[in-house]
Design a protein around this ligand. Structure first.
Ligand code: NAD
Length: 486
């Protein structure tokens, strides 16, 4: 094992991990085990929140909400900026934890910390104004956005910080309090952020609990939570929506994707290949908005495949603490086995494996980056979200056909079009049935821009003014004009 990984792992194993409830450490009554994806071995125990502890967290968060919600936006912003600065002053420690529990190369973990800070700073520049609306003659109408109350955030394992912390900022900035539940595969980063919050925020405002899927379900069903902001898979998202129905709590779902990228015949294969590779294989393909199906015009299909295959062969795979590593392991064994099954199925369907295509002969959950050509559209690798470093590269002859195949899915997260002619690319991109579309790039966020999936990829949005509004309840206030005018 790499020396730095051994040091970070030893420190994590010695640390006494606790939940954050009401601004205090809540000791574990029982624990669950966390596995290092680069070794496949358990390295630490994390607290398993009991139903009684969740109950306490909800009670304290409800109690704290009145005071927090009564602060001015400027006062809340001040607290939250201090929180973000604290995150940045623990940048190295948080990046190391992300790499340890999630597996991505350390420089990419630093990126996750930096991007999280940038995203939430962008978000906190957005004002939520009181809107004045034209109403009946003689009446003045104001549209207010009030906090919902207590928000529960349930998050996945692929990006432990950027998929949890911004949810908290959405909630807190708009006057709610929050309870975060990270994935049981990657609980440490969120638990550590909970520890940092204890020095900065009033008690009860920011709470972190950890545990398995049951804990997520208890939160979703609980009448004491006013909203669930969930990021995860489509099947779990459907379960969340159905258990939230009992209390009609508000729900935002950021779900899976099977993003298509369409490369038009005028694109330059050599020029675009590095960006296509990065957008497909970043975080070993474990990104909701990664390219997961690549449709290339038949004239340049062979050249694009050659360029991508070369990049697959030259990528360095290893544990995230090794110098110069491009891609780390898959995060967990279930995902690892799923990706290998998809590859087997692609072989059986007559797919041609170009570059990679195999697990690495070492402990941990490593799969080499792989492209597969010659697959029929009905193959599971094309139909399902692989969430791993395996990309089907399909060929088309006509743009209408490419758009129709790209849209032939229940997913609708993101998509992109690649062309030497930006306007032509934009016209094609507008026809994609997705929440976010790009021309000549794929991936990228900005706190000002709402993000959410179409079709089964999502419900509601986060970021931008629209995203903030999803953390509020609207009130239309009608008052007679005070000057008596009609
Ligand atoms: P998952 O759905 O298995 O789990 C996500 C979270 O839900 C975990 O914390 C889990 O403990 C919890 N959970 C499980 N069952 C639950 C239930 N019945 N009620 C409440 N909570 C429950 O997802 P995952 O495997 O951790 O993450 C991978 C998926 O997340 C992929 O599909 C990926 O595309 C998606 N994702 C989407 C986005 C986005 O912004 N759209 C971002 C990242 C990941």
């Amino acid at each position: 094992m790499n020396i730095r990984m051994a040091q970070v792992q030893r420190a994590a194993a010695k640390h006494v991990w606790s939940q954050t409830i009401n601004g205090n450490a809540a000791a574990a009554l029982s624990c669950f085990q966390v596995v290092n994806p680069a070794t496949g071995r358990v390295f630490v125990d994390a607290p398993d929140t009991s139903p009684q502890q969740l109950e306490a967290a909800i009670t304290y968060a409800r109690r704290a909400q009145a005071g927090w919600g009564a602060l001015s936006v400027a006062e809340r912003r001040l607290y939250l900026h201090r929180f973000v600065e604290s995150l940045l002053s623990h940048r190295e420690e948080l990046a190391e934890l992300i790499t340890l529990e999630q597996g991505k190369p350390l420089p990419r973990a630093y990126d996750e910390v930096d991007r999280t800070a940038l995203l939430v700073k962008q978000l906190m520049k957005i004002e939520l104004p009181v809107e004045i609306l034209p109403g009946a003659p003689g009446w003045h109408v104001e549209l207010h956005h009030a906090p919902l109350g207590v928000v529960g955030a349930v998050t996945p394992w692929n990006m432990p910080l950027i998929l949890s912390f911004p949810k908290a900022i959405h909630a807190l900035y708009t006057g709610n309090t929050i309870i975060i539940k990270p994935s049981p595969y990657t609980p440490l980063t969120a638990l550590r952020v909970g520890e940092l919050s204890r020095e900065i925020l009033p008690p009860g405002v920011f709470n972190v609990v950890s545990g398995g899927n049951d804990l997520g379900q208890w939160m979703t069903e609980h009448p004491g939570l006013d909203k669930i902001s969930f990021t995860g898979s489509v099947p779990t998202g459907k379960r969340v929506l159905s258990s939230a129905a009992g209390t009609l709590k508000r729900v935002t779902l950021e779900l899976g994707g099977n993003d298509a990228a369409i490369v038009l015949d005028d694109a330059d294969p050599r020029a675009i290949a590095p960006a296509l590779f990065a957008a497909s294989f970043a975080n070993s393909g474990q990104v909701c908005m990664a390219i997961k199906r690549l449709y290339v015009h038949e004239r340049i299909h062979p050249d694009v495949c050659d360029e991508l295959a070369n990049l697959c062969r030259s990528a360095r795979i290893g544990d995230g603490f090794e110098e110069g590593v491009d891609l780390g392991p898959l995060q967990n064994e279930v995902q690892y086995r799923f990706v290998l099954e998809l590859l087997d199925d692609a072989r059986r369907a007559g797919g041609h494996i170009v570059g990679g295509g195999a697990p690495l002969e070492r402990p941990g959950f490593f799969v080499t980056p792989t492209i597969v050509t010659g697959l029929p559209d009905h193959c599971s690798l094309v139909q399902q979200e692989p969430f791993g470093p395996v990309l089907p590269v399909l060929s088309f002859s006509d743009v209408d056909e490419a758009v129709s195949r790209a849209n032939d899915t229940r997913f609708g997260l993101c998509g992109s079009v690649w062309s030497a002619d930006v306007l032509r690319g934009g016209e094609v991109a507008r026809r994609l049935e997705v929440g976010t579309a790009w021309v000549n790039r794929h991936m990228g966020w900005h706190g000002n821009v709402p993000f959410g999936g179409a079709k089964e990829s999502g419900f509601g949005v986060e970021c931008g003014l629209e995203g903030l509004k999803h953390y509020t309840r609207m009130q239309a206030l009608h008052m007679p004009n005070i000057d008596g005018s009609k």
